[in-house]
Design a protein around this ligand. Structure first.
Ligand code: ATP
Ligand code: MG
Length: 340
């Protein structure tokens, strides 16, 4: 069992339950969670209410429900220790929704829409002008997740920075209007703020099929790596190639810890003495070595589903307790009555 440590600062971070996690999630946020879980009390939200912000998932309860399990397993498989950290789905804590509703009264419609990440998603996910009110409220709901447990630090990828800015504004607005309840959470952007996808242009994102999943088997991984974008101007293996803006080399820089090998490959590539195939095969080996222990751990949890659900139950109880206290504090400051 976890030991309560009142002196420890707290992390709140998480992922949408819109499918399994990929290596972009890993370098953007998961790595930091795993690294900091001794130093901070870490709470991971499986953002299943957030998933409903997208038309595709509001119509797919089976995917969202299965993803609750899969995303929990992805977190455990990369090294989140259930004896140290908590994991819970946000729909299981109704107080968070009430906190979000109150926050939505503090933010103007214009301010909510003035968010570059929402605009990007409207464009990239082809939402047109048919997005829901819940979609606009997505960052407010995220603020409710973070502030319901009064988190100090929020490890996120770069795309979430505008949401965190809004959370800080909500803190100021609430505290100035009703009195101090919240502290401003800090963001922590990952080692790679925005990993590009295997197609080389857009952010790695499951909606674009440019993804390497943490759960991909070796065969799928190899297929994805071998089809990666390289230098489009290079026709033959003995043409001198460019390593700048070349996704395969970008991934080598990020994931290959053998810096000598990377430097040697780059030098040969620029001279035209190494082909794309060899560079990609070396990248495959690097990624396969990273994913291999993750797959093993994943297998364990897939075979111990009850253990995963027990972990989620413990996380839900913990966050419920915290969110209840926060909400009571808010209601008291706002002079909202309770008759029961
Ligand atoms: P996807 O874009 O694949 O649909 P998502 O945006 O739904 O994934 P989130 O739950 O929003 O995934 O992301 C979880 C965390 O991972 C967030 O902190 C987000 O910023 C980070 N993240 C997602 N994609 C990337 C990426 N390509 N590079 C770096 N960080 C990322
Ligand atoms: Mg996202």
């Amino acid at each position: 069992m976890k030991t309560e440590n009142l002196t420890k600062k707290r992390i709140l971070t998480g992922d949408n339950t819109t499918g399994r996690l990929h290596i972009g999630h890993y370098v953007g946020s998961l790595e930091n969670r795993v690294r900091l879980q001794d130093e901070y009390e870490t709470i991971i939200v499986l953002a299943d209410l957030h998933a409903l912000a997208y038309p595709k998932y509001v119509a797919s309860p089976d995917i969202v429900s299965d993803s609750i399990f899969q995303v929990a397993v992805d977190n455990l498989a990369v090294g989140i220790d259930p004896d140290k950290s908590y994991i819970f789905p946000d729909s299981a804590v109704p107080e968070i929704s009430e906190i979000a509703l109150i926050f939505s009264m503090l933010i103007s419609h214009n301010r909510a829409l003035r968010n570059p990440t929402l605009k990007e998603e409207i464009r990239d996910k082809n939402l047109g002008d048919n997005f829901s009110v819940g979609f606009i409220n997505f960052p407010i709901l995220m603020a409710a997740d973070i502030l319901s447990v009064n988190a100090d630090l929020v490890p996120v990828g770069e795309d979430q920075a505008p949401h965190l800015e809004l959370a800080r504004e909500i803190v100021q607005k609430f505290n100035n209007t009703y009195g101090g309840v919240f502290k401003e959470p800090e963001g922590l952007i990952g080692r790679v703020p925005r990993l590009v996808g295997t197609g080389g242009k857009a952010k790695m994102t499951k909606s674009l099929d440019n993804v390497i999943y943490l759960s991909d088997d070796s065969v799928t991984l190899k297929k994805q790596v071998m089809s990666m974008f390289t230098d489009p101007k290079r026709i033959h293996a003995d043409d001198p190639g460019s390593v700048e803006g070349n996704t395969v080399f970008l991934y080598h820089d990020i994931f290959n810890s053998n810096k000598e090998e990377v430097a040697e490959l780059k030098a040969r590539y620029k001279k035209g003495t190494v082909g794309d195939v060899e560079v990609k095969e070396k990248l495959f080996v690097v990624l396969d070595n990273i994913l291999s222990p993750i797959r093993e751990k994943r297998k364990y949890y897939e075979n111990h589903r009850d253990e995963v659900f027990d972990i989620l139950k413990t996380g839900t109880l913990k966050v419920s307790e915290e969110a209840k206290k926060t909400l009571e504090n808010m209601r008291e400051k706002m002079k909202l009555p309770r008759f029961s």
